[in-house]
Design a protein around this ligand. Structure first.
Ligand code: ADP
Ligand code: ADP
Length: 232
């Protein structure tokens, strides 16, 4: 589903090269919840941003459903990107818009007819348990509710992949658990492939089928949770 083939990303800082992602090979299969863990600066954000081509690789290939994103013509790329949703640590909601409007936003941009938008948004808000919050604004919501809006917004366009960038790092442990339970339901109900980056071991152990450990741009270990974290 998502394949990294010998992928590197090199940044130039004042003429000095920084290899943020260093010869990474990963295979993430459909329907998996795949976690990438590592300390700050390990290269996790860069890695996840290579999947929707917010960053282009300096070397190697990132394949989504067998297609090399960097080689796709613009219209094709736009189509593939629509199949990739993303959620963020600080939720990135539009503060001047209601919950309903935030969730509807990607569909409004895509000029989906109003009736269809209404049906879809209503369905997704029910799925994330926010049907009674449609008219509220983000600043009237708790952190967990905001992330539910973020998840709902990411799901409206029916993505096949959900990228989670430290999605629970701003939340307390109990709220984190409820968001992780929701992500499991997202996978189970829609068979969405979930790639999450985090610095929290508990998150990985709670939901991930597989994990990669990153250090200095390199994946130093990968496998099932059992493989990677059971002591020899
Ligand atoms: P993590 O998400 O694990 O904290 P990042 O991918 O954000 O790691 O960063 C990896 C390395 O790449 C860090 O040394 C960071 O300073 C550097 N880096 C990230 N983005 C950029 C950028 N746009 N320009 C230059 N250096 C960057
Ligand atoms: P407009 O698109 O005319 O500017 P708004 O942006 O205020 O209207 O709202 C966008 C759409 O969201 C409208 O069609 C409105 O009927 C619909 N809407 C707002 N709240 C809800 C809700 N709780 N349930 C269903 N539809 C809603």
């Amino acid at each position: 589903m998502i394949h990294f083939e010998d992928v590197s990303k090199v940044y130039e800082n004042d003429g000095k090269e920084l290899r943020a992602v260093d010869h990474v090979d990963l295979r993430i299969e459909k329907g998996e919840i795949f976690g990438v863990i590592g300390f700050s600066g390990a290269g996790k954000s860069t890695l996840i941003r290579l999947v929707n081509l917010i960053e282009a690789p300096s070397d190697g290939k990132v394949l989504v459903d067998g297609r090399n994103l960097a080689a796709l013509p613009k219209p094709e790329l736009r189509k593939v990107r629509r199949k990739i949703g993303m959620i963020f640590q600080h939720f990135n909601l539009l503060e001047s818009k209601t919950v309903y409007q935030n969730v509807a936003f990607p569909l409004s941009l895509a000029k989906v007819p109003k009736k269809e938008i209404e049906a879809r948004v209503t369905e997704i808000l029910e799925f994330v348990g926010l049907e009674d919050k449609a008219k509220q604004y983000p600043d009237q919501l708790s952190g967990g509710q905001k992330q539910r809006v973020g998840i709902a917004r990411a799901l409206t366009t029916s993505p096949e992949i959900l990228l989670c960038d430290e999605a629970t790092s701003a939340l307390d442990p109990q709220t984190t658990k409820s968001i992780l339970d929701l992500l499991k339901r997202v996978r189970d109900q829609y068979n969405i492939t979930i790639l999450m980056i985090t610095h929290e071991m508990q998150v990985i152990k709670e939901v991930c089928d597989k994990v990669a450990v990153m250090e200095n741009g390199k994946v130093i270990e990968q496998g099932t949770i059992f493989d990677v974290f059971s002591n020899p």
